[in-house]
Design a protein around this ligand. Structure first.
Ligand code: ADP
Ligand code: MG
Length: 247
C-alpha cells in the first residue's frame, strides 16, 4: 500500500478559550476529492490555514508527499507542491487575467524584485502562464481585466495561478461561495476534471457540489471530526444528520 499524499495527524489549534481545531486527523489520497464539511465556525478555515502554512498548529504534524512539512512556511509548502485557493480572492482586480497568472508564475521562482514590464516580456513566464490559462479554459479572456470576469471565471483563474506552481495537491476553501446555481454547476464540472491533475482537499458549503464530487467526506463539528466516509455513508450517518445535515 502506498502512503497518502497528504497525511495530517492530530492537528489542534486554540484561539484563547476557543478550541477551533481539536486532534484532527485526515488524509488525502492520490486521485481523490476529500471534502471537509461542517457548520459555520466549526474550524474548517482554521484547519486549511494550518495545512497551507498560514497558521501554526498548537500540536500535530503534517506530512506531504512523504515529507514532514509542519515547520515549512507557505512559500516552501507551495514549492513542495501544495496548491491553494483562498476563501477571499487574492487576485489583482485591475490587472488582466494573463498578468495575474504571470505574477503567480513569478512567485514560484522566488521573490526577485523586477520591473513589471520586464516580467511581462519574460518568454518562459508567459509560456507557463498561457499553458495554465489553456488548462482552465480561460485563454479567450487572457486580456480581460479581472474586475470584468464573472465570479466563476475568477475561481478558475485562481486555479490557473495555482497551476503555475505545478501543484501535487489542491487546498480549496469554499470555491463555490458567491456563485449562483449555474456557476456552481459549471465549477463542479471543472473540479471534477481537475482531480485527475491533482487531488483536492475541498472545504465547501454547497452540498450539491460536495455530494457530486467527493470520494470521501469528513464532517467537522466544534473543531472535531465526527465522521469520515463515502457520500452514501455520510448521508446515512445518524450523528451527522443530527449535527449538520438535518432531516
Ligand atoms: P469555519 O471556517 O468552519 O466557519 P473558522 O475556522 O473560521 O470556522 O473558525 C473556527 C472558530 O475559531 C470560530 O469560533 C472562530 O470565531 C474562531 N477563530 C477563527 N480565526 C480566529 C482568529 N484569528 N482569532 C480568534 N478566533 C478565531
Ligand atoms: Mg471558513
Amino acid at each position: 500500500m502506498t502512503s497518502p499524499l497528504l497525511d495530517i495527524r492530530g492537528l489542534s489549534k486554540a484561539f484563547g478559550a476557543v478550541q477551533a481545531c481539536e486532534d484532527v486527523t485526515l488524509t488525502l489520497e492520490r486521485g481523490e476529492i476529500h471534502a471537509l464539511i461542517g457548520p459555520n465556525g466549526a474550524g474548517k478555515s482554521t484547519f486549511i490555514k494550518q495545512v497551507a502554512g498560514n497558521l501554526d498548529p498548537d500540536s500535530g504534524r503534517i506530512w506531504f508527499d512523504g515529507r514532514d512539512v509542519t515547520a515549512l512556511d507557505t512559500v516552501a509548502r507551495a514549492r513542495a507542491g501544495l496548491g491553494r485557493t483562498f476563501q477571499v480572492s487574492s487576485l489583482a482586480m485591475e490587472m488582466s487575467v494573463l498578468q495575474n497568472v504571470v505574477l503567480g508564475a513569478l512567485g514560484k521562482r522566488g521573490r526577485v524584485l523586477r520591473f513589471f514590464r520586464d516580467v511581462m516580456r519574460d518568454a518562459a513566464l508567459l509560456e507557463v502562464a498561457r499553458e495554465a490559462l489553456n488548462e482552465v479554459g480561460l485563454t479567450g479572456v487572457a486580456g480581460t481585466r479581472v474586475a470584468d470576469l464573472s465570479h466563476g471565471q475568477r475561481r478558475q483563474l485562481e486555479v490557473a495561478v495555482a497551476l503555475t506552481q505545478s501543484p501535487k495537491a489542491f487546498l480549496m476553501d469554499e470555491p463555490m461561495a458567491g456563485l449562483g446555481g449555474e456557476g456552481s454547476a459549471r465549477l463542479t464540472r471543472f473540479l471534477d476534471g481537475l482531480r485527475h491533475r491533482a487531488p483536492i482537499l475541498l472545504v465547501e458549503h454547497d452540498m450539491d457540489a460536495v455530494f457530486a464530487l467527493a470520494d470521501r467526506i469528513s464532517v467537522l463539528v466544534y473543531g472535531r471530526i465526527i465522521a469520515t466516509g463515502t457520500p452514501d455513508a455520510i448521508r446515512r450517518d445518524p450523528q451527522v444528520r443530527a449535527a449538520y445535515l438535518g432531516d
